[in-house]
Design a binder for this molecule. Structure first.
Ligand code: 5AD
Ligand code: SF4
Length: 451
């Protein structure tokens, strides 16, 4: 028996279980599905909670400081569980651990953390476990690599939705953002690989795929992103396709035309604007102006009627004046986004913006975020109320967490809809008449079951 076979036998004999705690974006959530796949291949089974687990993994995020603080707090609390279970392994991985300084600090603060790895070596996890068990090191640093390692098993979340990575990394170096440093340069999967994965998922019964990349518009896997979407629509039977995230600087007319032409592509585009001030956008290195963004959003709405546009906005970027912030508010009023993720600027060491003078006072940042959130909440609710009285198609994803007699799912425009129904509807497209539009959810009644 080789070492791996011995490990598998031990995991099976003891019935060891794993639990993954994920922070951050959809990319991280999807990578946790890969970690789960790798662990289940070794024989681990899912635990119901961390208290019930023998292997706890933290998949971390470092995009803002509060994500890091949360991680430190939560990893610290695992110490007690570790002392109670002699089989317990604790691993910390992901973006935060790709920064050597943060990884070292974590290693020193928490001697009970057994394995630490970054974003480039997830596929080597089985080897790390073996090496750790035979007295090897704790920290598995991984230099940035151009290679893709997509051939790892994946344990997907239950339900009709599946995520598919189409590219990794980012080349944009927005001046506030740590992602290019921890995720490395852009690497695209080949169109053939993506097609094979989407076809496979369709055959397995998945009804919606989410194509993931830090900036899907610069996908280059032999063909560009617009053509990739066209191929998926033309050559697979997947009923619904979403994608995330689009950078406004290179969202092409070709892409807009492809979305307009294929109803399988969801009527939703996430298009982070970050600021409504051209002066701030320049300092952010976003490579578009306020006017160009507004023109793009209006063009998208004109070509694809009914499309929902959502965005990300940062307030309190260094040097942001009252006038700049006023420009953000006026852009939000003018474009009336369906919803927005709003963030207080958080300086990230190593990025350009962290070194800029005129960091905005914390009280002022808080004041601005509150004003922006209040404005956007009102707009989001008004937009959702526009659905009242209309019938819309929903892909049912699961039982409502609030009400076991209700199910929930999304519209093509990515609105969450809640209505009375049972588990038999999960994975089906149904028509729902919307009776109420609230801030985060639409409520309705089932009209008829579709395909
Ligand atoms: N501070 C605040 N928000 C940030 N984001 C990225 N970096 C920072 C930062 N340093 C936001 C951006 C991005 C989203 C994923 O996170 O709005 O689009
Ligand atoms: Fe960060 Fe900008 Fe790349 Fe998005 S496009 S991941 S904000 S550097």
């Amino acid at each position: 028996m080789n070492e791996m076979e011995k490990l598998k036998a031990e995991v099976k004999k003891k019935g060891l279980k794993y639990h993954i705690i994920t922070y951050g974006c959809q990319m991280n959530a999807h990578e946790s599905e890969k970690i789960a796949g790798i662990l289940e291949n070794i024989g681990y089974t899912p635990a119901n909670s961390k208290e019930d687990a023998d292997f706890i993994l933290f998949n971390t995020c470092c995009v803002r400081e509060n994500a890091e603080q949360k991680t430190f707090g939560n990893v610290g609390r695992i110490k007690k569980l570790k002392q109670l279970n002699q089989d317990m392994l604790v691993a910390v991985c992901g973006c935060m651990m790709q920064q050597e300084k943060a990884a070292k600090k974590l290693m020193e603060t928490f001697p009970f953390v057994d394995i630490i790895f970054g974003t480039h070596n997830l596929h080597e996890l089985p080897g790390m476990i073996l090496s750790y068990k035979s007295g090897g090191e704790r920290f598995y640093s991984a230099p940035e690599t151009q290679e893709l390692h997509d051939d790892v098993p994946q344990k997907r979340a239950e339900g009709p939705l599946a995520s598919v990575n189409i590219m990794y990394g980012c080349n944009n170096f927005c001046s506030y953002c740590i992602v290019p440093y921890v995720r490395g340069r852009e690497r695209s999967r080949s169109a053939e690989d993506v097609m094979r994965e989407v076809s496979g998922l369709t055959a397995q019964g998945y009804r919606e795929v989410m194509l993931l990349g830090q900036n899907v518009n610069s996908y280059d896997g032999g063909i560009n992103f617009a053509r990739l979407l066209k191929r998926i629509c033309g050559e697979t039977d997947i009923p619904r396709i979403r994608f995330m995230t689009s950078h406004p600087k290179d969202l092409s007319d070709e892409l807009i035309e492809v979305i307009a032409a294929y109803p399988q592509i969801c009527r939703h585009i996430h298009l982070p604007v970050q600021s409504g001030s051209s002066r701030v956008l320049r300092k952010m290195n976003r490579k578009y102006t306020r006017e160009a963004y507004i023109a793009l959003a209006e063009k998208i709405r004109e070509r694809i009627p009914g499309i929902a546009i959502t965005t990300d906005i940062i307030v309190g970027f260094p040097g942001e004046t009252d006038v700049d912030f006023g420009d953000t508010l006026s852009l939000v009023k003018r474009l009336r986004f369906d919803s927005a993720f709003t963030f207080v600027y958080s300086p990230r060491s190593g990025t350009q913006a962290a070194e800029m003078p005129d960091q905005v006072d914390e009280a002022l940042r808080t004041e601005r975020i509150m004003e922006l959130v209040a404005l956007q909440n009102k707009i989001t609710e008004e937009r959702n109320r526009e659905y009242e009285g209309k019938t819309t198609q929903v892909l049912v994803e699961g039982i409502s967490t609030r009400n076991p007699g209700h199910v929930c799912g999304r519209t093509s425009t990515s609105k969450m809809v809640n209505f009375e129904g049972g588990a038999d509807l999960i994975g089906h497209f149904v028509d729902v008449k919307i009776t109420r539009g609230k801030k985060t959810t639409l409520f309705g009644t089932l009209v008829e079951e579709g395909m």
